[in-house]
Design a protein around this ligand. Structure first.
Ligand SMILES: [Zn+2]
Length: 325
């Protein structure tokens, strides 16, 4: 679920349904019970598009039924019967098989569940490993992580940020409320202005939902979190215009953008970054690079991987400008 090269987000819904069911102490549930949790969660998330269409027709059935039933499902707070039936039909052949696919290089010698027929009912039996995870003290962390990753993957699929992001990268516009796709190399006008709100969940996910500056949960505050430059644009313009390093480094790139409380961002203003901020930024970026979402490619284009050279040069450039980092 967390490692997969996800082109769709069904795995997250299934992961959520499994954790919910297994953490209640049950060792098995009917497929229908699992499908109810699964399809309600899919409905909550289906305002986002899914990845490129690659799946067989059973999947698109589920998606088109989801589109039709979403409104009613959300209003009722429970999935419609039609949606549950569609989920039950598509799950065994699709997401329940793919859930066990993980990338090469990772060892998995067990399954999390098995699907069996008991007295004519389809029953999902949880493995000991799943029961262990679901009763672990880390369950809350894992659940949070699941939704963070889900947000990251979803944000990557949004039409504004999706495919083109891989190649062109994203820069923030001056008003910080929008992101712009970079112009292509030839200077042709590729400019679009998708809402930054679409990228915010992705960045928030890599920060585990915490404010970059004070490290308290972003959800603690009713205010909309800000997307903030770690190395402030105005500061660089003032201090470092002549430094070679900054040529070719996009200060508005995702690598330099973090999510913070509005008041934490405002109190920081255009102050120079601290050594800790640089270290935290690097940690966030290196984490993002290791994931399989388009935003990782955007960061990798700038910092390269491994990123030692980039951050070494960045630190030197800042020191040249009198910043102690
Ligand atoms: Zn804060």
């Amino acid at each position: 679920m967390l490692l997969g090269d996800n082109t769709r987000t069904y795995k997250f819904a299934l992961g959520h349904a499994l954790l919910e069911s297994a953490s209640s102490g049950k060792t098995h549930v009917t497929l229908e019970e699992l499908a109810r949790i699964y399809s309600l969660e899919m409905a909550k998330h289906s305002e986002y598009p899914q990845g490129p269409s690659v799946d067989p027709s059973s999947t698109s059935d589920m998606l088109s039924i989801l589109a039709r039933e979403r409104e009613t499902t959300l209003q009722a707070g429970q999935p419609t019967e039609l949606l549950v039936q569609a989920a039950m039909k598509s799950m065994p052949g699709m997401v329940m098989q793919k859930f066990h696919n993980i990338p090469d290089g990772f060892v998995r010698d067990f399954d999390f569940y098995s699907l069996e027929k008991v007295n004519g009912l389809q029953v999902v039996k949880f493995s000991n490993q799943l029961m262990q995870v679901a009763s672990s003290p880390d369950l809350t962390v894992l659940k949070d992580e699941l939704f963070s990753r889900w947000n990251i993957v979803e944000a990557s699929f949004s039409p504004e940020i999706g495919g083109t992001l891989r190649i062109q990268g994203v820069v923030a516009s001056a008003d910080r409320e929008f992101l712009e796709l970079r112009r292509d190399v030839a200077g042709a006008n590729m400019l679009r202005r998708p809402q930054i709100a679409r990228l915010r969940p992705a960045l928030t996910g890599f920060q585990s939902g915490l404010c970059f500056h004070c490290e308290q949960p972003l959800s603690d505050m009713p205010e909309t979190p800000h997307v903030d430059h770690v190395i402030a644009r105005a500061y660089v313009a003032r201090k470092f215009l002549i430094s070679d390093f900054w040529r070719g480094v996009e200060i508005d790139g995702v690598w330099n953008l973090v999510v913070s409380h509005a008041h934490c961002n405002i109190s920081k203003r255009d102050k120079p970054p601290t050594a800790k901020m640089l270290q935290d930024l690097r940690t966030r970026n290196d984490l993002a690079i290791r994931s399989n979402v388009p935003v990782s490619q955007t960061i990798r284009i700038v910092t390269k991987s491994p990123s030692d050279r980039f951050y070494g040069q960045l630190r030197d450039a800042l020191r040249e400008g009198g910043v102690s980092v």
